[in-house]
Ligand binder design. Structure first.
Ligand code: KG4
Ligand code: ZN
Length: 376
């Protein structure tokens, strides 16, 4: 799909952009400059509102975004010490995500863009994750990206802004989803990823023997649903189900072992696939990577260590944004806005919010982007 383009809004190579993110359960606003300085980066988590349900409730999320976004944007601008008139563009997650929440962000961003006559930039949330590693670094295209979040698990060659080549992806669950479900099953708490990581740190991964689906298979796809089922069976056999923390038969040590075994299995799968992807990347692009990891699961330090070893073994390197920029935030959206604005890739105010928006559909925009603008 080729998104319509309006006139390049700014020729400034150092634009200052407000970013807004409301696609899941974080209300976020940030201000970022073209040289990668984060002037403000506010994230308001809705964890407490969703915790009783053990997952994100879309209606609650949308209402909560609506309640907080105006104040958060004001606060971000105040922290940045800027007025709306000082901005060069307004960037917002326009999808993919929970559509009620995405609407709230998109309407807010459009209102500011319209009121202050500033360019509007509709950012794909996944592109936000994909470009984060370039924020404040000299990372150049192309690079290999492992995108691992609550809804996604993909290996991509990032060839440029809006230019993503999918090399492989999950055929069932996303990695973050597997972490969240494991946490829920074992009653480890919410959100699942950090809870599993914390429990795993105290456990012995060798105590359980779990499968590694797809390991050694041709191609670069992933599968996590078999692992999830195996965790359930192992938990059942070890009597760990329906034993919430504090209950008489709770066994936190065994749960920690199972969490560690699960995390180890995920690490093995990601490591093997990324090793193969680095080989393929070198063949195709004539350079050894780097391997960039992004998305919420990239906050996991065990997985970062595993991927770092894989990259080293392939004489490449792992680049991982700081954990706070891996999980959902608005600095990554503002930065994607900076990158697009520099290329003149802005969007009309009738751009729709999209619940689904695969990264590959951005490729049409890429052809319109001047290659020379990518100076490194
Ligand atoms: O990117 P993100 O914040 O939101 C989405 O776009 O999905 O990713 C959220 C996912 C959740 O599944 C969460 O459990 C997982 O990232 N996650 C982690 C960790 N921190 C967050 N998974 C494993 N270890 C972590 N430390
Ligand atoms: Zn995300």
């Amino acid at each position: 799909m080729v998104r319509p383009m309006i006139e390049p809004a700014t020729t400034a190579q150092n634009p200052t952009v407000l970013g807004i993110e409301t696609s899941c359960d974080e209300t976020a606003a940030a201000v970022v400059t073209g040289d990668g300085e984060i002037l403000a980066n506010l994230v308001l988590s809705q964890l407490d509102e969703h915790r009783p349900y053990g997952g994100v409730v879309p209606e609650i999320a949308a209402r909560s975004h609506l309640d907080h976004i105006d104040r958060l944007v004001e606060q971000a601008m105040a922290e940045a010490g800027l007025a709306f008139a000082d901005l060069d563009g307004i960037a917002v997650t326009a999808g993919p995500g929970l559509i009620g929440g995405v609407f709230v962000g998109v309407m807010t961003a459009k209102a500011i863009a319209l009121a202050w006559d500033r360019p509007f930039i509709a950012v794909n949330h996944l592109e936000g994750h994909a470009l984060t590693a370039r924020l404040g670094s000299d990372l150049t295209f192309p690079y290999l990206l492992l995108l691992v979040s609550g809804g996604h698990c993909q290996l991509l060659a990032v060839e440029g802004v809006g230019r993503y080549r999918r090399l492989g992806g999950t055929i069932d669950d996303a990695v973050g989803e597997a972490f969240d479900k494991t946490a829920k099953l074992l009653g480890l708490g919410y959100p699942g990823g950090p809870a599993v990581e914390a429990a795993a740190a105290k456990g012995d991964a060798a105590a359980f023997d779990l499968p590694r689906p797809m390991l050694g298979r041709p191609g670069l796809d992933f599968s996590f649903s078999g692992l999830k089922t195996a965790v359930r069976h192992a938990a059942e056999a070890a009597g760990l189900l329906d034993n919430p923390p504090g209950s008489p038969s709770d066994d936190p040590a065994k749960k920690a072992d199972l969490a560690a075994a699960f995390q180890q299995a995920v690490g093995d799968i990601l490591a093997e696939r990324c090793g193969k992807a680095l080989d393929l990347f070198r063949e195709r692009y004539g350079k050894p990577g780097p391997l960039v990891v992004a998305g919420g699961v990239a906050a996991n330090s065990h997985l970062r260590d595993r991927l770092s070893s894989v990259a080293r073994a392939a004489r490449s390197e792992l680049l991982a944004p700081p954990p706070a920029l891996c999980t959902d935030n608005a600095a990554m959206i503002a930065w994607a806005g900076v990158e697009r604005l520099r290329l003149g890739l802005t969007d009309p105010l009738d751009t729709a919010a999209r619940p689904r928006w695969p990264l590959e559909e951005l490729q049409g925009t890429a052809a319109t982007a001047p290659r020379s603008a990518e100076a490194g």
